[in-house]
Design a protein around this ligand. Structure first.
Ligand SMILES: Cc1cc2nc3c(=O)[nH]c(=O)nc-3n(C[C@H](O)[C@H](O)[C@H](O)COP(=O)(O)OP(=O)(O)OC[C@H]3O[C@@H](n4cnc5c(N)ncnc54)[C@H](O)[C@@H]3O)c2cc1C
Length: 606
């Protein structure tokens, strides 16, 4: 990659790290030998990465703070005002073809590997995630429709989204139904012409209203009359803000009306709306209800959404990572220049002040951040590479294994960065001292912005239930077996490379055996409720073991190479193995004890 972006102000990501992960670790260049990616080369990958980095620096960074200070608002005429710079940045990304990167040629995409596309969008997420979020939602929406929509739906909605003219949303949540989508109340009634009329209220809809695109394509979960109870009765509909005419041109307003904007702690540039579908103020063709178009078959709604979940959740994990990563680099840069205090060994006034980076405690905080954000980036790109395996691996068996491993790792790839990269954000504030607590620096905003990621797209607790209650049980536990085999293979490779890798390999192998043992204990003691009560502890424990594996993998890839970059990888791996992995021993002990502290208490005791 062009090195100039390494010196951007503020620093966003480390391009050397991205090169290392893509080319030295994940061997992304080898994908070019597969039929799906035959037209690509390392040069085309680098061009996309450079382009994203350039747009990030030139178009997204400049309004990072303004988007926070001047949050979207509702004009007297009911339209939603956002920063003009935001619209320009979104147009630049669409115009540069970055939205279409990973999509198939047949929908006018460039069929670039998913892993490269995610690394490219990480630049945008690091620069200004509240603007990049519109793109993430649009890409997720377009993926779903490109896979499950019919030709007309793809032509009408997907193509304009991929060239940036339309933006997309995901409308799942309702005021009373967030984690429990089984309880959604939005209704869809079929008309004679095959369209549906949608009525109901959706809450928290990111990108739900604005004037930054010709149209907004809402993907809406709703229930048809007489549908089965619970999630089995949910169907999925396209409900655009504007209907389109027979020529595909935007025509009149659909009955999707803004109820109000939510005023958030962070991520403020992304509008977040309460939307009333079927609001009586608009009656298309003289009839009540918003016009909607069924995607797939009735009752398939949640299943279709879930098929796209892995990719959406990796994207959220990457957003969390990118915001932690830039904060780390900004803290590092601050620590190199801030003079304060004297070396521990020499306190006399005659000794000059040193930059705070020389204090061991500041180094501890920086190393913690480095190990969290570089580790999280590695995990998210590993999972993205698995998406490419599901699309291009040579055999059905390889593709199936990749999908199973991806299913298992997804809750971790979403939750681990959302937890630990926010911790990195907190440490970045700490490194800045009092200045970190002010709006003069970016780190406080990054912390606020990043706090969202353990809440949306399935909360931390819901990810934990997904991992322990669903993913480790899938295919009789074969996904977990695949993961543990991979971990043990890495440990075996690393143990032959001498200390410290041999020591780390032994620690990792022992932790992997505990994952197997603890999972068995939890599910074999005849108390599923008790097992699931500790699901979050399980998620966090296994998450740390997976991260130790990712660090050992990086240490193996760096082995034998000299220079500051590789030494940096080794010291961050060392930090993780000495400071972080040992924490899991106490967590495994607690899990194994079938602890009931959180279940056997009376609500009155709070
Ligand atoms: C800024 C923002 C953007 C969002 N964007 C979108 C969007 O674009 N589209 C969309 O559809 N939604 C969106 N959401 C909604 C988001 O997905 C929900 O907030 C989330 O799913 C949680 O739902 P809830 O807020 O109703 O909380 P609740 O479901 O009420 O959960 C509250 C707490 O209880 C816990 N909890 C709930 N059920 C269980 C359970 N069974 N077991 C254990 N713990 C449980 C949760 O983990 C959480 O800690 C967004 C939310 C925010 C804040």
């Amino acid at each position: 990659m062009k090195r100039i972006y390494a010196d951007s102000r503020p620093p966003l990501l480390n391009p050397r790290d991205i090169d290392f992960l893509l080319y030295e670790w994940l061997d992304v260049a080898a994908l070019c030998d597969r039929p799906r990616y035959r037209e690509h080369s390392v040069q085309s990958f680098d061009s996309m990465l450079d382009l994203a980095a350039e747009i990030a620096v030139k178009r997204l960074v400049p309004h990072f703070k303004t988007a926070d200070a001047r949050e979207p608002y509702v004009n007297p005429d009911g339209t939603v005002a956002t920063l003009p710079e935001m619209k320009d940045a979104l147009s630049a990304v669409g115009g540069a073809g970055l939205l279409a990167g990973e999509f198939d040629y047949e929908v006018d995409g460039y069929q670039i590997p998913y892993v490269v596309s995610r690394a490219a969008t990480a630049w945008l997420q690091a620069a200004n995630n509240s603007t990049a979020a519109y793109l993430g939602l649009t890409i997720a929406n377009a993926h779903l429709l490109a896979r499950y929509g019919n030709k007309e739906q793809i032509d009408t909605w997907v193509r304009p989204m991929l060239d940036g003219r339309y933006l997309g949303t995901m409308c799942l949540s309702e005021p009373h139904a967030g984690s429990s989508l089984a309880n959604i109340a939005t209704k869809a009634v079929r008309e004679d012409d095959g369209t549906y009329r949608i009525t109901g209220t959706k809450m928290w809809i990111s990108g739900g209203d604005h004037e930054m695109s010709d149209n907004i394509v809402h993907l809406v979960l709703a229930k048809t009359p007489g549908s089965p109870a619970g999630v089995k009765g949910i169907s999925l509909f396209i409900v655009p803000k504007y209907l389109v005419d027979d020529n595909g041109h935007r025509s009149r307003r659909n009955a999707v009306v803004l109820g109000g904007l939510n005023h958030k702690m962070g991520s403020r540039g992304t509008t977040n709306a309460l939307l009333n579908f079927g609001d009586e103020s608009i009656t298309p063709d003289g009839r009540a209800g918003a016009v909607g178009y069924l995607v797939g078959q009735e009752f398939e709604g949640l299943a279709l959404m879930f098929h796209m979940m892995n990719e959406s959740r990796i994207s959220v994990g990457l957003a969390a990572t990118a915001q932690g990563y830039t904060a780390y680099l900004q803290a590092l840069s601050y620590a190199r220049t801030r003079l304060q205090g004297r070396p521990l060994s020499r306190t006399a006034d005659s000794v000059g002040e040193v930059a705070i980076i020389s204090h061991p405690d500041v180094r501890r905080m920086l190393l913690a951040q480095k190990s969290y954000v570089e580790g999280a980036l590695a995990l998210c790109l590993y999972c993205s590479r698995l998406v490419d395996e599901t699309l291009s691996a040579p055999t059905d068996a390889d593709r199936g294994d990749a999908l199973l491993l991806l299913e298992l790792l997804t809750p971790i790839a979403k939750s681990w960065p959302a937890q630990w990269c926010v911790e990195a954000n907190s440490l970045a504030i700490q490194v800045h001292g009092g200045y970190g607590y002010t709006r003069d620096y970016n780190v406080e905003q990054l912390y606020r912005d990043n706090r969202l990621n353990s809440i949306h797209e399935g909360t931390h607790g819901i990810q934990a239930l997904d991992l322990l209650g669903r993913k480790v049980l899938m295919d009789s536990g074969r996904g977990l077996r695949l993961l543990l085999d991979k971990i043990l293979q890495t440990a075996s490779l690393a143990s032959a490379l001498g200390d410290p890798l041999t020591q780390w390999a032994a620690a990792l192998a022992s932790a992997a055996r505990r994952v197997e043992h603890t999972t068995g204990l939890l599910w074999n003691n005849g108390d599923p409720g008790g097992a699931l009560a500790n699901a979050t502890l399980y998620l966090e424990t296994v998450g740390h073991v997976v991260m130790a594996w990712v660090w050992l993998e990086q240490a193996v890839a760096a082995h034998g190479n000299t220079g500051g970059f590789y030494d940096g990888k080794r010291i961050a791996a060392q930090y993780f193995f000495r400071y972080e992995l040992p924490k899991t021993t106490a967590q495994f002990d607690l899990l194994d004890s079938a602890d009931r502290t959180t279940t056997d208490l009376d609500e009155a005791w709070f």
